[in-house]
Design a protein around this ligand. Structure first.
Ligand code: FES
Ligand code: FE2
Length: 379
């Protein structure tokens, strides 16, 4: 532990190395991540409520294309996006309407959307050696937590593991929230560069003037009181937002009725983060919730999708504009995206081998250990 910090402070007692440079641009490293991390963990895939019954949604999970099927009766299933006949892609759009069957466009093999069973073989008349039951769609594990859909390519998936635990959002009415705003942005950086930026606040004073005004402690380069040299564990939790602010909006005023069941600490925090590596984080406020999803699209490119969720009552207020609420976090995300791309351009330097983390970057160190552990366990 650092001499200046309480032993229970998360601040590191040394300055560890970062991941090596090739982790951020080498196609071989990227392919290995796809086979290990992205093929074995629960990957967030949006809100269940945004997938209407009778709809199929196409996703990219690591190297795999996957279809999520919301059957007309409201059931949910997931399969690899490939026909068992001769391998045609089944869904060629981000979403498409679907009945009880998933039908291949090529030769009309049809599968039950509920369980992937092969139901019909179009104009083909297979001989007795062809057993329909051996030719169903290839299943992908699917689960719903807090209204979020997760898929896992592994045949023996473990539990979903949000860093704050499965119960953390229990005081928010997650299942009933409605998506009011969405932003999609393609970033010129490796997906891990975005997470590294997320995991430290050393950049906050220089990069985020508006956020530091809203969260004064960020203006000192730390994320919480337990990172301060004078912190002790018996210190009472303090409000995180500036005086008079209750949430992350331009004015700090809630955009609608506050969620009724939050604890005093959850309310006082003003923002409550949950991280679900590798694909999503959630920020829960007193009046709305935001989620950010990451999808690697190449060794040096990442698609970011941010969504804002509200009670229906809030959306129904006369003159309500979800884009106005989203504007605050959009300013912050634009600032983060700019420095993430700046980071990526530098990481390509042939002179750069690896960097060095500062003690305040303990959460990046944990992220790197998570990455390496997942890659090693799979090999
Ligand atoms: S490839 Fe799908 S039916 Fe032939
Ligand atoms: Fe930031």
């Amino acid at each position: 532990m650092s001499l200046h910090h309480h032993p229970q402070s998360p601040i590191l007692d040394h300055c560890p190395e970062t991941l090596p440079a090739e982790a951020y641009h080498d196609p071989g490293w990227y392919a290995l991540e796809q086979r290990t991390i992205w093929a074995r963990t629960w990957v967030a895939a949006g809100r269940l409520s945004d997938l209407k019954p009778g709809t199929m949604k196409r996703l990219t999970v690591g190297a795999a294309s996957v279809i999520l099927c919301r059957t007309p009766d409201g059931g949910l299933s997931a399969f690899h996006n490939v026909c068992r006949h001769r391998g045609a892609e089944l869904c060629s759009h981000d979403t498409q309407p679907m009945g009880k069957l998933v039908t291949c466009k090529y030769h009309a093999f049809a599968y039950a959307a509920k369980d992937g069973r092969l139901v019909a073989t179009g104009h083909a008349h297979p001989t007795d050696d062809f057993r329909k039951e051996d030719h169903g769609l290839m299943k992908v594990a699917v689960k719903v937590w807090a209204g979020f859909v997760f898929v896992n390519l592994s045949e023996a998936p473990g539990e979903i593991e949000p860093d704050m635990g499965l119960a953390y959002l229990d005081n928010w009415p997650m299942d009933s929230l409605v998506t009011g705003h969405r932003m999609v942005k393609d970033l010129a950086c490796n997906w891990k560069v975005f997470w590294e930026n997320y995991n430290e606040c050393l950049h906050c004073p220089g990069v985020h003037p508006e956020l530091c005004d809203m969260v004064p402690i960020y203006g000192t380069g730390i994320m919480g009181r337990n990172e301060a040299p004078d912190w002790t564990p018996d210190e009472a939790p303090q409000p995180m937002l500036k005086e008079g602010a209750a949430t992350w909006t331009a004015s700090g005023a809630p955009c609608g009725p506050e969620f009724p069941n939050l604890s005093p600490v959850e309310r006082q925090n003003g923002y409550n983060f949950v991280t679900v590596y590798p694909a999503m984080f959630v920020v829960a406020h007193v009046d709305y919730v935001r989620a950010v999803y990451l999808e690697p699209t190449g060794p040096e490119t990442t698609r970011l999708t941010a969504e804002w969720y509200f009670p229906q009552e809030t959306l129904d207020q006369p003159g309500f504009d979800a884009a106005e609420v989203a504007a605050f976090a959009k300013i912050v995300m634009a600032q983060d995206c700019e420095v993430a791309e700046l980071n990526q351009r530098g990481l390509r330097s042939p002179a750069y081998q690896h960097g060095t983390l500062m003690p305040e970057e303990y959460a990046i160190h944990d992220f790197h250990k998570w990455i390496l552990r997942n890659m090693e366990e799979a090999v």
